[in-house]
Design a protein around this ligand. Structure first.
Ligand SMILES: Nc1ncnc2c1ncn2[C@@H]1O[C@H](COP(=O)(O)OP(=O)(O)OP(=O)(O)O)[C@@H](O)[C@H]1O
Ligand SMILES: [Mg+2]
Length: 244
């Protein structure tokens, strides 16, 4: 495991630190078997994301954006190809090592938030820190409260997901993805169901984090204004990811 953590801290990664590749995938293929038919969703995706870089992924509904994000986060198995996070090939890790690497380096915002229903907003947000052995409960709660305040939910700390609006749940999911200051955040339509003002607040927060703590963001979005603020816009079409 120490090798994995060396990679996470960047000591094993090629090139100079400012140019560090936090995520790469090579020849990524994902297909689903449907009886005798094979549905090829990704047919050879190549991409590299560097420290602090902000990248938008756009594409029509059903083009494979969520599938791609799940592969990049190691949440689903690839049919073929290699996904590396901070220099570590995900396929070389055991399930628990993959979980640890994700906890150390990755934040993920699902298209449909995936909060734990029996826990409060504060507990959901603090969860990635609570899973880290070296973080105290008091510290995790304080940091979670800070993040929930940044997304405008300081008055909803004790609410459970069932007691929150859709947009509020989405903001809790965003706070949870950022709470452990990961080097890479993958977001699937993070601000799709938020009003303009709240979405703007979240966009600003993302931009600040990218600048100040070199967090890289890969954001699936239909919002052309948000896509326009990213360093690059990648289009997913016919199973391929293209920069235009
Ligand atoms: N587990 C699965 N088994 C079979 N087909 C699947 C599976 N998951 C996704 N698909 C198919 O793969 C294609 C890509 O799905 P995906 O969810 O990645 O699209 P998307 O680009 O995120 O779309 P949207 O913008 O609507 O969220 C779709 O046609 C979908 O039906
Ligand atoms: Mg999707």
């Amino acid at each position: 495991m120490s090798d994995v953590m060396d990679n996470v801290t960047g000591s094993n990664v090629n090139g100079n630190a400012n140019n560090r590749v936090v995520l790469s995938c090579r020849d990524l293929v994902k297909s689903y078997e449907e009886g005798p038919e094979k549905l090829v969703v990704l047919s050879g995706v190549n991409v590299e994301i560097r420290k602090g870089e902000r990248v938008a992924i756009v594409g029509s509904s059903g083009s494979g954006k969520t599938t791609l994000l799940n592969m990049l986060a190691g949440l689903d198995t690839v049919t073929s190809g290699v996904v590396s996070i901070c220099g570590t090939d995900m396929a070389t890790l055991s399930d628990s090592q993959r979980g640890e690497l994700r906890n150390q380096s990755l934040g993920f915002v699902y298209q449909f938030h995936h909060l734990l229903s029996e826990f409060t907003a504060l507990e959901n947000t603090a969860m990635p820190l609570l899973l880290r052995k070296r973080c105290s409960i008091a510290e995790a709660r304080q940091r979670a409260e800070e993040l929930l305040t940044l997304v405008g939910l300081e008055h909803r700390l004790k609410h459970k997901p069932g007691e929150l609006s859709g947009g509020e749940r989405q903001r809790v999911a965003i706070a949870r993805a950022l709470v452990a200051r990961p080097s890479l955040v993958l977001m699937d339509e993070p601000t799709g169901n938020l009003d303009n003002q709240t979405a703007e607040r979240i966009h600003q927060l993302m931009l600040e984090l990218a600048e100040k703590v070199d967090t890289a963001f890969v954001v699936v979005t239909h919002d052309s204004e948000l896509a326009g603020r990213m360093n690059r816009i990648l289009h997913l079409t016919d199973g391929q990811l293209l920069e235009r």
